[in-house]
Ligand binder design. Sequence first.
Ligand SMILES: NC(=O)c1ccc[n+]([C@@H]2O[C@H](COP(=O)([O-])OP(=O)(O)OC[C@H]3O[C@@H](n4cnc5c(N)ncnc54)[C@H](O)[C@@H]3O)[C@@H](O)[C@H]2O)c1
Length: 326
Amino acid sequence: MTWLITGGAGYIGSHVARAMAADGERVLVLDDLSAGARTRLPAGIPLVHGSTLDGELLKRVFAEHAVTGVVHLAARKQVGESVAQPTRYYQENVGGLATLLNAVAEAGVQRFLFSSSAAVYGNPDVDTITERTPCAPVNPYGETKLAGEWLVRAAGRAHGIATVCLRYFNVAGAAEPELADTGVFNVVPMVFDRLTRGEAPRIFGADYPTPDGTCVRDYIHVADLADAHLAAARRLAGGADGDLTVNIGRGEGVSVRELVTLIGDVTGDPTPAIVEPRRPGDAPRAVASAALAERELGWSARRGLRDMVESAWQGWLLHHPEARRA
Ligand SMILES: NC(=O)c1ccc[n+]([C@@H]2O[C@H](COP(=O)([O-])OP(=O)(O)OC[C@H]3O[C@@H](n4cnc5c(N)ncnc54)[C@H](O)[C@@H]3O)[C@@H](O)[C@H]2O)c1
């Protein structure tokens, strides 16, 4: 197999590319470097600098590298931005995917893995989200992921491509400090950011119907997520056909308050959080059932929350040396 990893210079993609290469797979990366960095990839993994919107380039890459499988992570991922710029999100996330799937079908590639998201579910009122929980995204970002899944499955059926859609829950941590997420869009870096500025972390809403009143989420270590890709790639390479859509989470709920307390412990800065009003659109609870992934992929998460926070903090310190305490 030769795997093309789109978005492989990004936070999650670089973990996936390294994990697959370390497992002996031949991999190459396509990334437009709009949010990724060449330095995330070791010398042995070739990088094609270009976009999934460039059909001619994709055609050349498939032919020149004899690609036999695709792991598609390239996408815009900021919810707020998707609300402000929905056409851009549909164009890049759905249009880019359609262009890519055209090239996949033309090149006769028969294995395709798609980065989906728990955002496809919206805010379901259930204790545990299974793959049968109805999908009802509440923002354009989530809509592009759901439309992406539809497109992946339809193209799979039409062109005989075996497909897997992985619905990631809240991704955190880093396998190595230099691979850490450099954006401040998720709760862990957001809290680091506040502490680094000498400000109190913020909790949005403490009156939810949850044990401590703050929102509950399912956090997954990015290295475990990379292992899930490896398991899915092996399933595809092993000749599995049809499509599979699975949650990738730990199946364990953690409240924002618990997370902030742990971050205080790990960073040595226990500044108490301040409670602000709820943000519109936040679900009280979003926790995955991880059973199907275990059954179908033989995969389950191994790393815990402390490991996620500690490794994310090491990565944060690399990019924000001013955060280091004497
Ligand atoms: N980070 C999370 O918590 C999370 C959760 C669920 C799903 N996801 C999905 O996982 C994937 C990777 O997310 P990430 O957190 O690593 O984000 P990221 O921004 O770090 O990585 C995305 C990569 O794709 C590249 N890219 C974007 N558009 C491109 C295009 N049109 N052509 C080529 N390259 C392009 C960017 O330069 C970047 O390197 C995305 O599809 C995202 O929607 C992420």
